[in-house]
Design a protein around this ligand. Structure first.
Ligand SMILES: Nc1ncnc2c1ncn2[C@@H]1O[C@H](COP(=O)(O)OP(=O)(O)OP(=O)(O)O)[C@@H](O)[C@H]1O
Length: 896
């Protein structure tokens, strides 16, 4: 028995106990009600109409089985994703195995792996030796662990750029070109270390220059893996550090200072992150793993030591999540449940007599039924009370969400891993974000609250340019968050694959990003991690904001200091810790993202991480802007990159910028001739929900300012006055559009073949330097009295206009003629805007001056008007639904 098993009993007990509290905390956070439970249970008849439904009632309440194998094995799950992992044998041949390289055409292929042979099980001793050897090599890291296991290919700091151990799991090819970099970086680390201490003095950058010392030895690792790897207070974004939670992370991939310092273009490690800890907890770079999470008191971390099993072909028994396989393309993410998957062949901790645990339906029915299955009538973001786990549930295919099977790995993030989910009954797909919960950490309660807050926030969002949240559930020690599946990958990935976008694509994508941001900001919520890696694109060219791990609802009462984001996209005020929690930080990041789309790199990428942050935070310089962008594009970027956040236009304003207004529409409309019909999956879900005529399902326009029936889209899709009807996807379709694919992103840019990543140095030679925030902007200086649209909240007299009105922001000199045409906006939008503005303005004295919108207290600001309208429309059809924003209705809608 491996040595760690000796401790597992007590630790497992402890963990189990703590997990309960963790899950309870989430459930409390999401306001579980017995009504929800009742509702979902009573939905059996309705569920029966949908293949996607679950049958909660089948759950038994048999006490939990012995915990040791399941959790141990599940932690080793990642090993099956390793490059050389063999397909697991599927006992009984009765498997529903998802194997798909495409991820889109996943199909159930019973017995697919029947001929596969498991890899020989490594002996524990071998494993220990391997670790020890690795440890010995890993002492270069003097302090702890940073970062996550994220080798998400979407991430600019993708491990492919860092290590030969990594590879493009999309292409299934190892990327060896950068192989020397890792060693080089390690060698440089000590020098860099000293340099960083200088650079990171508080006088320069406002965060604590503390290093979390931990031993690179496994002793420390033990502590890590026992903990819920989610940063504490305020670190929504900083998910559990996967390097800790998932030792599978390669040290060469570790994101810490070593990457920041070596992330310049010459290093092949662009856009790496510095990892800050919130009060000692790990936070890790965002999916880009260039994200910085944690509060300003965060601590700078050193990269992960070489404890990573990636140094070893053997899986760590302490893996908390699937390891960052460099051949994830292989689709080798086993559909087996973690308890079965890792144990069967890959894990040294597996037990040969565990066959009865090897269910092939993933995820297994939850131990704690947090909510019902997405798309099921009983589904709700709210949850039902925990239920004891039935040992027989693995064999019970009728439990909630049991029809959702975990497919290939889509990407990795700070919180965990994202898999394709497929419902073999309905054919629906979704993205399953898997987060491993370890809750014996003393601060797990707080972490649970954060995670619950993120889920709560997501559940409130519904917009065609925001990845739709469907719901969540817990299975064993894992939390699954179900999201709309966006199959096209991220902008970052497209840039890496196809090179810079053409201006037409940039305009179009930017418009959609802005639409999502306008909606988000209207809810007084800041994303805080806008960048190419966090923006997904579907095959129709529709853009979806994703990764709300750092999102924050800004309440009027407090705005804690935050140091969140991805350094190269991070606004100066965030780095300088001066009012870094404001909506305008997203606008800055958007400007960086526009440059990223134009050049494949964010601004200041010619500087290594900390130097770039220093530049951003302290220099008056603004980045070069490529001449490939039009004057309108350059101006748009200048608007976004104004150092003073108060001078940055709002998202709603920017939607009227010529760069956006003149954006060419998609070649093909999102909606076909029969555009009034939602996708079959949605229609099916609606029927299941008993909502009524799917053809009248209301949609949200891109600004979150309107709620229109889908059928209206056909009419307004050609209108330039409403920003994004053509980009609407209404409503969320877990399957995707049945429409033929319009031009692909590469066709936007006209670049069919990958182009080399342009050097920022080269760019500087052919670019127009930006000179401060108020450069030569033609319309910027044209002043005339006018009304302003503030975050979609209404026409606001000039004298009251402020881009980001709040108590801390003095009014800004308006941007007069910038959006001259706004008052001539369509009647539809005008009506929607003005009708809401009055009430809101009266009630809150908008804008600013201390009063803040509080969408979460039931006050109907315009953005919420959309949700309210949605709900009202639903209620007309289903009067029994609860309109209370805090009720399960929102979650239920979100589950469509
Ligand atoms: N809805 C989705 N559809 C398709 N792929 C997705 C989806 N959500 C996430 N992914 C993939 O998974 C990756 C990681 O997801 P995401 O960034 O949301 O995780 P995270 O843990 O929140 O990351 P971060 O470290 O940035 O906080 C993405 O880069 C993307 O490749």
């Amino acid at each position: 028995m491996p040595p760690w098993w000796g401790k597992s009993s007590s630790k497992e007990d402890k963990k189990k106990s703590s997990k309960e509290s963790f899950i309870d905390a989430i459930n409390r956070k999401l306001k579980i009600t017995s009504d929800e439970k009742s509702t979902s249970r009573s939905g059996g008849s309705r569920r029966s109409r949908s293949g996607a439904v679950s049958q909660r009632g089948s759950l038994s309440r048999v006490p939990s089985r012995s915990p040791s194998p399941s959790t141990q094995v599940s932690r080793c799950q990642s090993f099956v994703e390793r490059p050389h992992a063999q397909p697991l044998p599927l006992p009984g041949g009765n498997h529903n195995v998802l194997r798909s390289n495409s991820g889109i055409n996943a199909s159930i292929r019973p017995g697919f792996d029947r001929g596969s042979k498991p890899s020989p099980l490594p002996k524990p001793g071998q494993f220990s030796k391997k670790l020890d050897r690795v440890d010995g090599e890993g002492d270069f890291a003097t302090a702890s662990i940073s970062s996550d296991s994220s080798i998400d290919s979407d991430d600019p700091s993708d491990s492919r750029l860092l290590s030969p151990l990594t590879s493009d799991y999309e292409n299934g090819q190892r990327t060896a070109a950068n192989s020397p970099s890792g060693t080089k970086h390690m060698d440089q680390l000590s020098d860099v270390n000293q340099e960083s201490k200088e650079i990171l003095k508080p006088s320069n950058i406002s965060f604590n220059n503390q290093y979390l010392s931990t031993s690179p030895k496994r002793g420390s690792m033990n502590n890590h893996v026992q903990n819920l790897q989610i940063p504490q207070r305020g670190a929504l974004s900083s998910a559990p550090d996967s390097s800790m939670s998932s030792p599978s992370r390669s040290p060469l991939r570790a994101f810490g200072l070593e990457q920041v310092w070596n992330s310049g273009p010459g290093t092949g490690k662009p856009f790496s992150d510095i990892v800050f800890l919130g009060s000692g907890q790990c936070s890790s770079p965002g999916s880009g793993h260039n994200s910085v999470g944690g509060d300003m008191s965060g601590q700078l971390l050193w990269p992960q030591s070489r404890c990573s099993p990636e140094c070893s072909p053997l899986p760590s028994p302490r893996m908390t999540s699937p390891g960052p396989s460099s051949r994830i393309h292989s689709g080798a993410v086993t559909p087996l449940h973690p308890r079965a998957a890792g144990a069967a062949a890959e894990s040294p901790t597996s037990r040969p007599d565990d066959g009865k645990q090897q269910s092939h339906r993933l995820p297994l029915p939850p131990i704690t039924i947090s909510n019902t299955c997405p798309f099921s009538p009983g589904y709700s973001a709210a949850t039902s009370p925990s239920l004891p786990r039935s040992p027989g549930r693995a064999e019970n295919p009728t439990s909630p969400c049991s029809r959702w099977k975990k497919g290939r790995l889509l990407g990795r993030g700070t919180f965990g891993h994202v898999y394709l989910g497929f419902n073999s009954e309905s054919g629906e797909m979704c993205a399953m974000k898997e987060v491993t919960l370890f809750s014996d950490d003393a601060k797990s309660k707080e972490s649970a609250q954060q995670l619950g807050q993120e889920i709560m926030l997501l559940s409130q969002l519904r917009h065609p340019n925001i990845v739709q949240y469907y719901g969540y559930e817990t299975v064993d020690d894992k939390l699954y968050i179900y999201l709309e599946y966006v199959s096209g990958g991220s902008i970052y990935k497209l840039l890496q694959e196809y090179g810079p976008f053409g201006e037409s694509a940039i305009r179009n994508y930017t418009q959609q990003i802005l639409s999502g941001l306008a909606y988000l900001h209207a809810k007084n919520t800041v994303h805080r991690d806008i960048k190419g890696a966090n923006i997904l694109v579907d095959p129709n060219g529709r853009v979806k904001l994703a990764d709300f791990g750092m999102a924050k609802h800004i309440t009027g009462s407090s705005c804690p200091l935050s140091f969140k984001g991805s350094p190269y996209w991070m606004a100066p005020e965030v780095i300088k810790n001066s009012n870094g929690c404001n909506l305008a930080v997203d606008i800055w990041s958007l400007g960086c993202t526009v440059l990223e789309m134009a050049t494949t790199k964010p601004p200041w990428s010619q500087y290594e991480g900390v130097a770039a942050m220093f530049k951003i935070g302290n220099s008056k310089e603004l980045p070069a802007i490529p001449d490939t962008l039009s004057e309108e594009g350059k101006d748009f970027v200048r608007q976004c990159l104004q150092r003073n956040p108060l001078h940055r236009p709002t998202a709603a304003w920017l939607l009227e910028h010529p760069f956006i207004k003149n954006a060419a529409p998609l070649e093909r409309p999102v909606f076909s001739a029969d555009a009034s019909d939602p996708s079959p999956a949605v229609a099916n879900a609606m029927r299941t929900l008993g909502i009524g005529n799917a053809r009248n399902f209301p949609c949200i326009d891109s600004e979150g300012t309107a709620s229109l029936p889908c059928r209206a889209l056909k009419t307004v899709s050609g209108s330039s006055d409403i920003h994004t009807p053509r980009n609407m996807s209404c409503p969320v379709s877990p399957i995707g559009s049945p429409l033929p694919h319009p031009r692909s992103p590469q066709n936007f840019s006209g670049r069919m073949s990958p182009s080399p990543i342009s050097s920022p140095h080269a760019l500087s030679g052919s670019s127009t330097p930006l000179t401060g925030g108020s450069g030569a902007i033609p319309f910027h200086h044209q002043k005339q009295p006018m009304a302003y649209l503030h975050e979609g909240l209404g026409i606001i007299p000039r004298s009251q206009t402020n881009f980001y009105g709040n108590a801390n922001n003095p009014y800004q000199e308006p941007k007069p003629d910038m959006f001259r045409g706004i008052s001539q906006a369509s009647n539809v939008s005008q009506e929607m805007i003005s009708s809401d503005t009055g009430a809101f303005g009266k009630q809150y004295g908008w804008p600013g001056h201390g009063d803040h919108r509080d969408f979460y207290n039931g006050q109907p600001a315009l953005a919420d008007h959309v949700s309210q309208q949605l709900l009202r429309d639903h209620v007309k059809l289903k009067p029994s639904l609860d309109l209370n924003p805090g009720s399960s209705m929102l979650g239920r809608n979100g589950g469509i």
